[in-house]
Design a protein around this ligand. Structure first.
Ligand SMILES: [Zn+2]
Length: 396
């Protein structure tokens, strides 16, 4: 709810509700005449006429003359929401920015490297500059921007709006990114973690399309999950739902950066994978390990299979709790396909209750890791724009 809404039960709040009823009717049925709106909403013709006048003044609807049943009538439709939505998604070493008319209509995107351990201010300034640049490239200005979603590879506290302490980006800890970015770009800004955004991208465009209960796993340098419950992204009470990387696999295991012992992250993240291979293979990057495993290197395959097994043990708990239709593997490690998926499925079968294990489909995500989170961010930006439009119209 926005702070300027009228008190419940008052004349003004009744009016707001009626405006929404008219807007919802037109949104649902397409263009309607005022008589038809009255029929759909149950409001009187005089009330509809007044509400449509107000909505027209506020720019929410478009009026066009037409003929219905041989009589002249005015057709009411939703004014197409103009302007741009933008996404700025941070990795620990880069930033990817995209703008579009909507998530379905991406106009332009760009990736830029960021220095390791950069300060949050520097990252945010670059993001704002890139958004403005891309808007201009697309023949618009930064003034046409209507909503921005910022993605970070860290837990976001939705209550305080700050970046949580367990992120892989030490320079961002405790920074109120949403407020700072909103001051800079002067449009509504939402922040979310990249696992949630990638889950949303796969839900709108990829492997979780049409799924009511689904789990997206992002496995790259660390492990995160995004949960789709009842056809919507589930964030939990303070925004940190899906932190599967800190599920305990072995309470006597190695100490995790979160302070706990034996978290999934200490078995599956890039750190443990790379250090297991260092004595035999020297210093490799995660990308090297994945490529070599795909080329048949036994050691690289083995550590990734082990990672898949550990993932499966943690996911089995999620499968028992949520009974999902689909578990989709994304992030860099998804490139390994069956090398990780096979042992993961075996572990789920072994550790989850048989009926839940039998019905869950475990597959790779359908989108590339670098597009899933950006498309999810634009999808969320569409929602933010719509909410802002509604809030402005009902109180306008
Ligand atoms: Zn941990």
């Amino acid at each position: 709810m926005n702070s300027t809404s009228a008190a419940p039960g008052s004349q003004a709040s009744l009016r707001e509700m009626n405006r929404l009823r008219v807007l919802d009717a037109v949104r649902e049925h397409g263009a309607l005449t005022q008589v038809e709106i009255a029929g759909v909403t149950g409001l009187s013709a005089a009330t509809v006429s007044n509400l449509v006048k107000e909505l027209d003044v506020a720019g929410a609807v478009r009026l066009r003359p037409s003929i219905r049943n041989g009589r002249r009538a005015t057709q009411v439709s939703i004014a197409s929401s103009l302007g741009l939505v933008a996404a700025a998604v941070f990795g620990d070493r880069d930033i990817r920015v995209a703008i579009g008319a909507s998530a379905d209509e991406v106009m332009s995107q760009k990736r830029m490297p960021l220095p390791a351990n950069h300060a949050a201010d520097e990252g945010m300034q670059r993001a704002a500059r890139l958004v403005a640049e891309l808007a201009e490239q697309a023949g618009h200005t930064a003034g046409d921007l209507r909503a921005l979603v910022v993605g970070l590879p860290a837990p976001i506290d939705t209550v305080s709006g700050e970046v949580g302490s367990e992120g892989i980006m030490p320079g961002w800890r405790g920074v109120p990114v949403g407020r700072a970015m909103a001051d800079s770009v002067r449009v509504p800004v939402r922040i979310d973690n990249t696992a949630n955004l990638a889950a949303l991208g796969e839900f709108k465009f990829g492997a979780l399309q049409g799924v009511s209960t689904g789990v997206f796993l992002k496995v790259s340098y660390g492990v995160g999950a995004g949960l789709i419950l009842g056809g919507e992204l589930f964030r939990g009470s303070a925004g940190t739902a899906g932190e599967i990387g800190h599920v305990t696999i072995d309470e006597h295991g190695p100490v995790c950066r979160c302070g706990n012992r034996g978290c999934l992250d200490t078995y599956v993240g890039a750190g443990p994978v790379l250090s297991a291979l260092r004595p035999s293979h020297g210093a490799l990057t995660l990308r090297d390990v994945i490529s070599r495993a795909l080329d048949g290197d036994h050691g690289c395959r083995r550590v990734l299979e082990d990672a898949g097994r550990h993932l499966g043990i943690a996911v089995a708990g999620v499968v028992n709790l949520l009974n999902p239709e689909v578990v989709a593997l994304g992030g860099q490690v998804a490139r390994t396909g069956e090398i990780v998926l096979g042992p993961m499925r075996d572990a789920i079968e072994r550790c989850a209750i048989p009926s839940a294990a039998a019905t869950v489909e475990v597959r790779t995500g359908a989108l590339a890791p670098e597009e899933a989170d950006v498309l999810g961010a634009l999808t969320l930006a569409d929602q933010v724009r719509e909410e802002a439009d509604r809030a402005a119209l009902v109180t306008g």
